[in-house]
Design a protein around this ligand. Sequence first.
Ligand code: C2E
Ligand code: CA
Ligand code: CA
Ligand code: CA
Length: 279
Amino acid sequence: AKDEGRNQLHFFDPAMQASVDQRLRLQAELHHALQDQQMLLYYQPQVDAQGRVTGAEALLRWQHPTRGLVAPGAFIALAEETGQILELGQWVLQQGLCQQARWRADPQLAPLKLSLNVSARQFRQPGFVDTLRLQLTDSGADPAHIALELTESLLLQELDSVIALMQSLRALGLTLSLDDFGTGYASLNYLKQLPLQQIKIDQGFVRNLLDDPKDAAIATAIVTLADALGLQVIAEGVETAAHHRILLERGCRHFQGYWFGRPMPLADFEAMVRAQHAP
Ligand code: C2E
Ligand code: CA
Ligand code: CA
Ligand code: CA
């Protein structure tokens, strides 16, 4: 084993060493990103059956000084590991609530709902609900126009405590949405027990809607199930008119995806909504 160890050291892949360095650098850069105001939110439209924008999902972007605009795929997982997701997540909530409060004060933008992603680690952080209660009051945001997108990884914790936490969030007046439904740990039994109002059909099922009858069947079953349980269902990753048409046929009434709009800067999103009101 000692020889093996020596061999491993000897044949240690320089590319792997570089990636360890990169990780450490990324971690250090993330640490400064918030202080240096390099993080921002993009907004992706969510639409109803008529294609009218009813709200947006806020998606994190990192305006990196040398690397340009970085999507969360490049840093969320690391931030989860290091715990930096807690600070990032707090920032997202703060920004999101303040944004909703500004929309609330504008007649054309007031009906907009804002969906915010909450990581499982953030959700189970002690004091999460109390902090959110204060942030809601301080920001002046309308809880009825805020949805929290939770992922199924939440369900790795003890179910009773998850339900209790979700109930306190409901008591604040927030909408609770289960993100990426069908990809994780959620059994149908959880759907019955969790105090949810919305589920999001994962884009994996939507992507192959036309070529894979099994994915189409799953998407349809999710819509039917959600209806029966009194949950709103929103399909994400709707990229084409055909996706939209098939999902409409199957009874889905809420959509998000490139077909309706990519994640975009705030000003572009607001312009899109205002254009809807133009005569
Ligand atoms: P998600 O929550 O499932 O967000 C949807 C992702 O799908 C976004 O990627 C969005 O840009 C992308 N998308 C939307 N429509 C389409 C489409 O029609 N086709 C395709 N191919 N993709 C589409 P994005 O912005 O890169 O975010 C990736 C993930 O990063 C998110 O997945 C979410 O898990 C995480 N994330 C983003 N912002 C936050 C945040 O503020 N907090 C936390 N905890 N996670 C976040
Ligand atoms: Ca999401
Ligand atoms: Ca999702
Ligand atoms: Ca996803």
